[in-house]
Design a protein around this ligand. Sequence first.
Ligand code: SAM
Ligand code: SF4
Length: 341
Amino acid sequence: MDGIESKADKDSMIDPFGRHVSYLRVSVTDRCDFRCVYCMSEDMTFLPKKDVLSLEELERMCTAFVRKGVKKLRLTGGEPLVRKNIMSLINNLGKLIDTGELEELTLTTNGSQLHRYADDLVAAGVKRINVSVDTLDPVKFQEATRWGKLEQVMTGLAAAKKAGLQVKINAVALKHLNAMEFDDMIRWCGENGFDLTLIETMPLGEIGEDRVDQYLPLSQVRQDLEKRWTLKEIPYRTGGPARYTEIVETGAKLGFITPLTHNFCESCNRVRLTCTGTLYMCLGQEDAADLRAPIRASEDDALLNAAIDEAIGRKPKGHDFIIDRRDSAPAVGRHMSVTGG
Ligand code: SAM
Ligand code: SF4
């Protein structure tokens, strides 16, 4: 690829609102070994294998995006670490860091397999991971994840820490689950050197529960926390939508992801690829582009590149999430495990 072509290519990752798309989140599987109440129903039907991109196809997709200017890749799911041979994909993507084409390779995981993979992840070039832990109470943890065991995740977190991975804990704020626990979580994260991000539940997919019942606005949580903790605004950004503060008492960061009480779309730099090769230009909108057909139609990337350009050209301005009494139906029908959060 010569210089002019490559510049034109990178310009194609600028959307109609002037936002440079430099962050790709890839759901590498829709499957998971947990069934979190806000994410999946207990009897989920998973995708047929033929619809799911092979690891080689996922690598080709990611590489195409990186060549177009994506600097940060986050693997997610479903649970990325339950996909068979996932380390082969992670190792190959890690090589893009070695060549300087990619700045960061990260993943979001439920932590259940971290005890097996922490060292391999570090060897592949992964430096930071997000681990989802909504509660530190083993009984509540099992209630929230249905199939998860807190102890296994704790073993995984210890392995991650030992391997030198920087860990950020993600907790979805849920009225009945963890509203009373944030002080404990802040303390626990501080002691372990983990950052913490609280997330508002988003109305994605039918989950067989009433979301109005679960929803806890983070503006309220923050006000309450500020009675006991000193939260200092800091300019720290990870390329994601979280706004960060530093908890002066622990020195750890506390982030808030507030799609419902605060709209963060104006600075959105990301797109999401599902394991079937569908590209969502916005987490909160139905519009999507099929990249599987072009990748399977030819071994050359010309069709794929054209489909990516076309998709970025219609990235919408923002989402329309809303949860209130009048409107409790999901804003979008697909589950978070499809687009990977
Ligand atoms: N299985 C991995 C995990 O749990 O971290 C990765 C995939 S999971 C879908 C990614 C993130 O989305 C998790 O932090 C999870 O808590 C969050 N999530 C799932 N459903 C959500 C919802 N309806 N609203 C807000 N966050 C959600
Ligand atoms: Fe699985 Fe993550 Fe969804 Fe929980 S949030 S069911 S761990 S994909």
